[in-house]
Design a protein around this ligand. Structure first.
Ligand code: URP
Ligand code: ZN
Ligand code: ZN
Length: 459
């Protein structure tokens, strides 16, 4: 069925215009004033509302075997949560570990999403070792349309690569035109600091941050940047959390290193004392890099406003309270991660745009357009234009609500942002021209989501 979205204020990077959008066959075909529409067209009145391109979360975990357990979501639950929050595309980290075969892992991750997701999706392919078959396997994966890699400098002996493997991955990525995303913390230092703290009887969640201090992240960020520089590759730092690491990234960028920076919702809105709460309350807020001292939040918001933090993701990673309690005797075994896929857009809009920290242009860029450009999805995704996919968010800026686990759709029994106010939410969300969400309710087609094939663009 064709779709006409009438009279909203369409917000894209560099443009705000009052107009109608007409879509058919999954695609936007006309944008203009007073558009006509054939009978049977679904008409949505967007008067008084903002109309955004579908939002893109560039960093989520859905299927994730990690820290002796599995993240709780399926693509059914994660995609519905994403859509209710205005995210119409997510990029999942495909994370086989060092003992797994990369190609088998890639097929497994694909099978978990196939036919299950209600929104569109893609993968970053993790390279967790570099052995003789790795190059040919990665070539097959890129040929299959997965044009971004992920490396972990942290998580020694599990996901983590050594410097040699990082070099080989970046060197191949440069030849293939593929961007490499990286978790930047020094694995050796984390392991040593963890051992020392535990030996001193410091076992609670409040010791997680001291085991991975800012300098450890800054070292990882600087080292990754140096390897990107010397291979000529294109890099993307995921979940950058603090001023020291930002300094390392921006210093590299200022000497011409091709590097982009992502920060994630928890580091913008939550600080270290959340993880210092006693017992499971603290454990709920254990992620890596850890929640930082408060002053880092202002640094990240400023960098975001100026575009030196490029994108905002979530690092959505749901472990429930029972799983978090696996770490009750030692913070080292608390499953790392905080969910947020459903709340990213509303909390960014509220705390960014409404609080005057972010203009609408940067909001839409950081939450949608820039990820589309970096990861080979633009202009199919990340904008509202003729020939783009009709992924549209009609946004109600008059809505008022509160984030709560009681009303969330992600499969978890807590919400790390519990009690935070939101001033705005999606009123209607479409995926390729089909209405999937109305007023906070999923009303669409489960399994509608497609795996997005992407071409390498970073030569
Ligand atoms: O704590 C986190 N971030 N958990 C998910 C794995 C990762 O490092 O992204
Ligand atoms: Zn990470
Ligand atoms: Zn992650």
């Amino acid at each position: 069925m064709a779709l006409l979205i009438r009279n909203g204020e369409i917000v894209t990077v560099g443009s705000r215009v009052q107009a109608d959008i007409y879509a058919e066959n999954e695609t936007i075909t006309r944008i203009g004033k007073n558009l006509d529409a054939p009978p049977n067209t679904e008409i949505i009145d967007a008067t008084g509302k903002l109309v955004f391109p579908g939002f893109i979360d560039p960093h989520v975990h859905v299927y994730l075997p990690f820290m002796a357990t599995f993240a709780k979501d399926t693509h059914q639950t994660a995609s519905i949560a994403a859509l209710i929050g205005g995210t119409t595309t997510y990029i999942e980290m495909c994370c086989p570990n060092r003992n797994d075969d990369a190609l088998e892992g890639y097929q497994l991750w694909k099978s978990k999403a196939d036919g299950k997701s209600a929104c569109d999706y893609a993968f970053h392919m993790s390279v967790t070792k570099f052995v003789k078959e790795t190059e040919s396997q990665l070539r097959q994966i890129v040929a299959d349309g997965t044009a971004s890699f992920k490396i972990f400098l942290a998580y020694k002996n599990f996901f983590g690569v050594d410097d040699g493997e990082m070099y080989q991955t970046l060197e191949l990525a440069k030849r293939l035109g593929v961007i490499v995303t990286a978790h930047c913390e020094n694995a050796e230092l984390v392991a040593r600091l963890q051992q020392k703290l535990i030996a001193d009887g410091k076992t609670g969640p409040e010791w997680h941050e001291p085991s991975r201090p800012e300098s450890v992240e800054a070292e990882g960020t600087g080292r990754f940047a140096t390897f990107v520089e010397n291979t000529g590759a294109t890099g993307y730092v995921v979940h950058l959390s603090c001023e020291k690491a930002l300094h390392a990234a921006l210093t590299a960028k200022s000497r011409g290193v091709k590097l982009s920076v992502e920060s994630v919702l928890p580091h913008l809105l939550l600080d270290k004392p959340y993880a210092e709460r006693p017992g499971v309350e603290g454990m709920k807020h254990v992620m890596s890099p850890p929640l930082r001292a408060k002053h880092n939040q202002d640094v990240l918001w400023n960098a975001l406003a100026h575009g030196s933090v490029d994108t905002i993701g979530t690092d959505h990673c749901p472990f429930d309270m029972e799983q978090k309690l696996l770490g009750k005797d030692s913070f080292v075994t608390i499953p790392n991660g905080i969910p947020g896929i459903e709340d990213r857009v509303n909390l960014l809009y509220t705390n960014g745009v409404k609080r005057g920290r972010l203009n609408l242009d940067r909001f839409v860029d950081a939450a949608s357009t820039r990820a589309a450009k970096l990861f080979g999805l633009f202009p199919r995704k990340g904008t509202i234009a003729v020939d783009s996919d009709a992924d549209i968010v009609v946004y109600d800026t008059n809505y008022r609500g509160v984030v709560s686990a009681k009303s969330q759709h992600t499969n978890n029994d807590y919400n790390g942002f519990e009690g935070m106010e939101i001033e705005g939410r999606p009123s209607v969300v479409t995926v390729r021209g089909k209405v999937q969400v109305r007023e906070g309710k999923f009303v669409g087609e489960r399994g509608r989501g497609k795996l997005l094939k992407r071409e390498p663009t970073h030569f």
